[in-house]
Design a protein around this ligand. Structure first.
Ligand SMILES: CC(C)(COP(=O)(O)OP(=O)(O)OC[C@H]1O[C@@H](n2cnc3c(N)ncnc32)[C@H](O)[C@@H]1OP(=O)(O)O)[C@@H](O)C(=O)NCCC(=O)NCCS
Length: 369
């Protein structure tokens, strides 16, 4: 781990024509799915054997090991576009812009446009093209592309928006994270109770006051860790399909507690920002205990008390579940709108965003508001 002394003195590596978040938006899907909703589910292990603990008992176990009480799903009679367009419009309005002044659209997702009434999805045309169409943006110079990078996709989109703005290629870029994971979930897999649906968005604009993206870091481990999360067959041999979400939870937990602290430290070092100067840590929400474990690893490496994170580590996992790439932008929007447990972010304050997911990939970004 990087010694604390090194964090204080390094010169900042980044140009000062920066990008900053000037607007956010999110939509919490309407269907509330409590743990009771799994009471009639029949769970199998990965070898197709029926598990001893079933239904409500299994859901109670899930709550005890992850903190998840409920999650949200998009109604089955909707595809991904209404959620995406609504969150994007809120972010553009919040930035005080009109759609025509958007120079670029980046949409991060894992399964394209989830089809109405089906468990199938289309990735052509791409989601950003759909969004540009829905926003009726006529300016052909407004690029519209997608990012496939699992849960860390939205942060990676913000990094790319920062780079495009810093390079002078754009002034305002919309970055959206959308996930309708509910239709990828194997009803016979315990992990089907973890993931959920959501969408969050942000507009990045050119910064002229030193506020904005101070630094970022991205790691990809695609050797032995590539098998940790994938799409595959159902645990119930009788159920068809080969596109169900599958995860080796323990290995993901081990990867996340090892590498997320490292990528956060790398980004802080690059920004020349000390942990004590960070006001909020927005970490990917996959499991309440996992977020706390990452925080305590960091506190140890910084030789700080565990309560260092008190009041700095907002959570949404308990009532939104793991919404994958939508998690961080949704949490940020709730905080900016002071709609999450009394958290807020003021001008001049600094936040660290960090995420981890299939690949395995993890990334972190330091942003001064
Ligand atoms: C998935 C996860 C919650 C499983 O917890 P775990 O403590 O590693 O689980 P284990 O496999 O050791 O099982 C512990 C107990 O929990 C139960 N369990 C495991 N996963 C469960 C689930 N999803 N729902 C309900 N019970 C579960 C097991 O049956 C076992 O019960 P037992 O103690 O009676 O035998 C945990 O590994 C995790 O959060 N991993 C990270 C996931 C993640 O980060 N995903 C993000 C990338 S998208």
């Amino acid at each position: 781990m990087i010694p604390k002394s090194e964090i204080r003195n390094p010169k900042s590596e980044f140009p000062n024509n920066m990008a900053k978040i000037i607007g956010t938006g999110s939509v919490i899907p309407e269907l509330v799915v409590t743990n009771e909703a799994f009471a009639d589910k029949v769970f199998y292990d990965k070898n197709g054997a029926k598990l001893e603990r079933q239904g409500a008992e299994a859901a109670a176990k899930l709550e005890s090991i992850t903190g998840i009480r409920e999650r949200r799903y998009v109604p089955f009679d909707q595809d991904s576009r209404p959620l995406m367009t609504h969150a994007a419009r809120i972010a553009i309005n919040d930035a005080g812009l009109d759609p025509e002044s958007i120079d670029g659209i980046i949409v991060a997702h894992n399964a394209g446009n989830m089809l109405i009434g089906e468990r199938e999805f289309h990735t052509v045309p791409n989601m950003a093209a759909y969004l540009k169409n829905e926003l009726a943006i006529g300016n052909h110079r407004c690029f519209a592309y997608d990012v496939l990078f699992a849960c860390p996709g939205w942060i990676q989109g913000v990094i790319q928006a920062h780079q495009a703005i810093a390079a002078g290629d754009a002034d305002n870029i919309l970055v959206v994270g959308i996930e309708i994971a509910s239709r990828l979930l194997d009803p016979h897999d315990l992990d089907s109770m973890i993931l959920a649906d959501g969408c969050g968005a942000a507009v990045l604009g050119r910064s002229d006051n030193g506020a904005g993206v101070l630094s970022h870091a991205t790691f990809s481990h695609a050797q032995k860790d590539i098998a940790n999360i994938y799409l595959g067959k159902s645990n119930n041999p009788a159920l068809g399909g080969n596109c169900w979400f599958k995860m080796n939870g323990k290995e993901v937990y081990r990867y996340a507690t090892t590498w997320v602290p490292k990528v956060v430290c790398d980004a802080l070092k690059r920004a020349g920002v000390a942990p004590e100067d960070v006001d909020l840590f927005l970490f990917h929400q996959a499991n309440e205990k996992l977020v706390q474990a990452i925080a305590s690893h960091l506190a140890d490496s910084w030789e700080l008390d565990a309560d260092f994170f008190a009041g700095k580590l907002p959570m949404t996992i308990q009532f939104l579940g793991n919404t994958s790439v939508a998690t961080i932008p949704t949490m940020l929007d709730l905080i900016r709108k002071e709609d999450l447990d009394g958290y807020s972010i003021e001008s001049g304050q600094t936040a660290v965003f960090a995420s981890v997911g299939a690949g395995m990939h993890c990334n972190a970004l330091v942003h001064r508001f």
